[in-house]
Ligand binder design. Structure first.
Ligand code: URA
Length: 186
């Protein structure tokens, strides 16, 4: 089976899984999208309003910013795969709860296993904490961490940059710097 087929199979399983805690309160499953052969996997927090309507990750304002940030690193969005820590929208965009993160985590782990990325870019603290439970994003953003065979690079969540101009400046610098990091790895 190709990675594309494996991911589709996993998505079908997820669609049928009534145990997923946010399924009843969300509109659509936001499994993830992008290049199934990607070397870079981006992991956000959870779908927002627009993502819940369209069933696709990062299609709202934060997504538009993410597209521009990726371009600062010389990466077109169509080259990466993008998913989230939770795949249904939490009510009113609240933070995902620990039980929810672990319920969706088994699917996220399988997505990672199928894609086998060289690099994971985490967007925001919830996805960062999956790999780096004991660090603060204010200290870790933009740095590279080798976790097993994968290089994890924590970034601020684009929505945080939309709210705070200082974070936006830091995030732009991190993505510009990412271009150099990627040059050495890919
Ligand atoms: N924010 C996220 O963390 N994920 C999305 O898919 C959209 C916005």
């Amino acid at each position: 089976m190709t990675k594309f087929e494996e991911l589709h199979k996993l998505k079908d399983l997820m669609e049928k899984d009534d145990s997923l805690p946010l399924k009843g309160v969300a509109n659509k499953l936001v499994f993830g999208s992008g290049n199934t052969e990607a070397k870079i996997l981006c992991i956000g927090e959870g779908p927002g309003r627009q993502e819940d309507i369209e069933g696709l990750p990062f299609v709202g304002q934060a997504g538009k910013l993410l597209d521009k940030l990726l371009l600062l690193a010389g990466v077109e969005r169509k080259k990466v795969f993008i998913t989230n820590v939770v795949h249904h929208r939490p009510p009113n965009n609240r933070d995902p709860l620990p039980d929810e993160i672990s319920a969706y985590g088994k699917y996220l782990d399988q997505i990672i296993e199928i894609i086998k990325p060289k690099i994971i870019i985490t967007l925001g603290r919830f996805s960062m904490n999956k790999f780096l439970p004991d660090v603060f994003i204010s200290q870790a953003h933009g740095k590279s961490f080798k976790i097993g065979k994968i290089i994890v690079i924590p970034m601020y969540h684009p929505a945080a940059s939309l709210r705070n101009g200082k974070i936006l400046e830091l995030e732009k610098m991190d993505f510009q710097n990412l271009k150099k990091i990627l040059g050495k790895i890919i």
